[in-house]
Write a protein that binds this ligand. Structure first.
Ligand SMILES: [Zn+2]
Length: 253
């Protein structure tokens, strides 16, 4: 039996997620109390754990309001910047919450010590503001080389059939940027249309899959010669290609 997973849109473009298996209900990030409480009420699930990905307020600000008697778990590397943690976990740590097995993966770049969480038996991963559908997070507390290493770590760690839940609905802008950057890429062009239609229907584009990201997320393809060539950077180091991709996205809207 796989876990039940429920995506909860919060604020203008954030996502929280509930994972439920047997008596365990895990909330991943707490952007806004109202929608999270409504989802708990609707499902009848009682929150047992809160997993925090990183210290940004739009991921932690509702922890106190929703936690009840749940245990709050977050990254050791940002523990001094996250209020109300009951327990910290570090890179590579494997732990169980009820029947759910979880592996913490450190992915610095967006912030200095964030964690992604991989649930191998459930075939899902929470990549917060590190890996987005067709994009990646902004570099607030790390340089491009650091973020590129983090994305390579995720690319190696997460199997193709993993459902990827990211922290924001940024996919349409990411897809438009990917298409502008790699106009000859058919898979990106096709996915842009799928994403556009989903957003016109106001449907989420999350979760995505690791297979889709490996194929159509330019930020996971900084070592792909096609991407370097499209940027006029043949032979450049992947970290430099990545830096150029990220810089272009910063100015894109
Ligand atoms: Zn963030």
């Amino acid at each position: 039996m796989m876990a039940d997973v429920r995506l909860i849109p919060c604020l203008s473009d954030n996502y929280a997620v509930l994972v439920h298996k047997d008596g365990e209900t895990i909330l991943v990030d707490a952007p806004e109390a109202g929608p999270i409480k409504a989802a708990l009420e609707e499902t009848g699930w009682t929150l047992t754990s809160v997993l925090v990905t990183h210290h940004h307020s739009d991921h932690v600000q509702a922890i106190g309001a929703v936690k009840g008697s749940a245990t709050v778990i977050g990254p050791e590397g940002e523990a001094d910047r996250i209020k109300g943690l009951d327990r910290t976990v570090a890179d590579g740590e494997e732990f169980k919450l009820g029947p759910v097995r979880i592996r913490a993966i450190s992915t610095p770049g967006h912030t200095s010590g964030p964690l992604c969480y991989y649930l191998p038996e459930e075939r899902i991963a929470f990549t917060a503001d590190t890996l987005f559908a067709m994009g990646c997070g902004r570099l607030f507390e790390g340089d491009a080389a650091t973020m590129w290493r983090s994305l390579q770590t995720l690319r190696a760690a997460l199997p193709d059939d993993t459902d990827i839940y990211c922290g924001h609905e940024y996919t349409l802008t990411n897809a438009r940027y990917a298409h502008e950057t790699l106009p000859d890429d058919v898979a990106i062009a096709e996915r842009l249309e799928v994403v556009r239609e989903a957003r016109e229907r106001k449907e989420p584009t999350v979760p995505t899959t690791m297979a889709a990201e490996k194929a159509t997320n330019p930020f996971l393809r900084a070592d792909d010669p096609t991407v370097a060539a499209a940027l006029g950077m043949e032979g450049a180091e992947p970290a430099e290609v990545f830096a150029r991709l990220r810089k272009g996205r910063d100015g894109f809207s």
